[in-house]
Ligand binder design. Structure first.
Ligand SMILES: *[C@@H]1O[C@H](CO)[C@@H](O)[C@H](O)[C@H]1NC(C)=O
Ligand SMILES: *[C@@H]1O[C@H](CO)[C@@H](O)[C@H](O)[C@H]1NC(C)=O
Length: 320
């Protein structure tokens, strides 16, 4: 244990030193310049990261996450109602792909009612991130049961544009199909929105089993929010691909990831570890800022390229 603590102290020191001397990320590789700003201001703050060094375990059943990844990519594809993705049939869609990312509700005989949010396009996401630390808001009254917690104001505002319509559509699908489970999925900003949806649905639908599996999620709330997610949404999973910078923002002083990280390493492979606790230093936090690679944001996540707009539509699982 002593050794682990020492190793962790050394790692934090190395991280700080490296952040100071790190050359800026190449802008052409970085689709979200707001992320670069955040990384620049984060150097001094990184020391506040948790010292959680709980050991990781190899992920043996990675295939279970391919379908959630495919369903996440589907939100970028503007598929009409009635389309099927895997065994899920789209029942309802909304959003404009700009201020309001696209969202759909679907029903899958194997997974239950599905909610999937698109990550917004790069320019909108950048403007959300540019306000970084200034925009933490108390959680909306819909999530007041979580207690005195704060979330990213821009993410919450975006979530609120569809939260009630999604709830209504999920209730209607549960009634139509006599469904007992709900799964929310999403990528990037869509991951944060889908997490907020899951917390809202969980509270509104106490007789349903609500789960959430998300990809490339930015930090979404403060440490109290992260712990409230842990207490209220058992089994939440956020999957990080390799050296993706997006899960590292906003910075980890005012913000904190909840538990449930799965870290794909090397990037774009099916080799991954599960990471106990919040902000485990043996997972994505072991990557130095100078090593971040924005290309990792779109995956491959377990044989699925969550390509965003324009690619992998309709979405497929490229099983190797
Ligand atoms: C991206 O979002 C911006 C700002 O909302 C909007 O002006 C632009 O048209 C969007 N681009 C695409 C490709 O949807
Ligand atoms: C609905 O599903 C439950 C199990 O989840 C079952 O007990 C019940 O009979 C079903 N109702 C109908 C009308 O199919």
């Amino acid at each position: 244990m002593k050794f682990l603590q020492l190793a962790s102290t050394v790692a934090v020191a190395a991280l700080s030193a490296s952040s100071v001397s790190a050359s800026p990320l190449k802008n052409e590789a970085l689709k979200y310049p707001g992320v670069q700003r955040s990384i620049d201001v984060s150097a001094a703050k990184r020391q506040a990261l948790s010292s959680n060094t709980a050991p990781t375990s190899p992920l043996t059943d990675y295939q279970q996450y391919s379908y959630p990844a495919q369903l996440s990519q589907a939100a970028y594809c503007r598929l009409p109602v009635g389309t099927t993705v895997g065994d899920a049939q789209l029942l309802w869609t909304a959003g404009d792909g700009e201020a309001t990312p696209m969202v759909y509700v679907a029903y899958s005989p194997t997974k239950g009612v599905i909610v999937s949010h698109q990550g917004t396009n790069t320019s909108s996401f950048q403007s959300l991130l540019n306000d970084l630390d200034a925009v933490q808001d108390p959680v909306d009254s819909r999530l007041a049961y979580l207690g005195n917690v704060k979330v990213h104001g821009g993410f919450q505002d975006t979530w609120l544009r569809t939260a009630d319509a999604v709830l209504q559509q999920v209730q209607s699908a549960i009634a139509t199909y006599n469904a007992s489970s709900v799964l929310t999925v999403g990528h990037s900003l869509g991951a944060s929105i889908s997490l907020l949806d899951a917390l809202y649905l969980k509270h509104q639908l106490p007789s349903s089993s609500v789960r959430s599996v998300v990809f490339g999620q930015p930090r979404t709330g403060d440490p109290s929010f992260a712990s409230a997610v842990d207490s209220n949404l058992a089994g939440f999973v956020h999957i990080v691909n390799g050296r993706d910078p997006i899960p590292h923002v906003p910075t980890a002083v005012d913000y904190r990831h909840s538990s449930g990280e799965i870290w794909i390493n090397p990037a774009n492979t099916n080799v991954a570890v599960t990471c106990p606790g919040q902000e485990n230093q043996n997972c994505m936090n072991s990557v130095l800022p100078a090593q971040y690679d924005a290309n990792d944001h779109t995956g491959t996540y377990f044989d699925v390229h969550i390509a965003g707009r324009g690619e992998n539509c309709p979405p497929v699982i490229n099983s190797s």
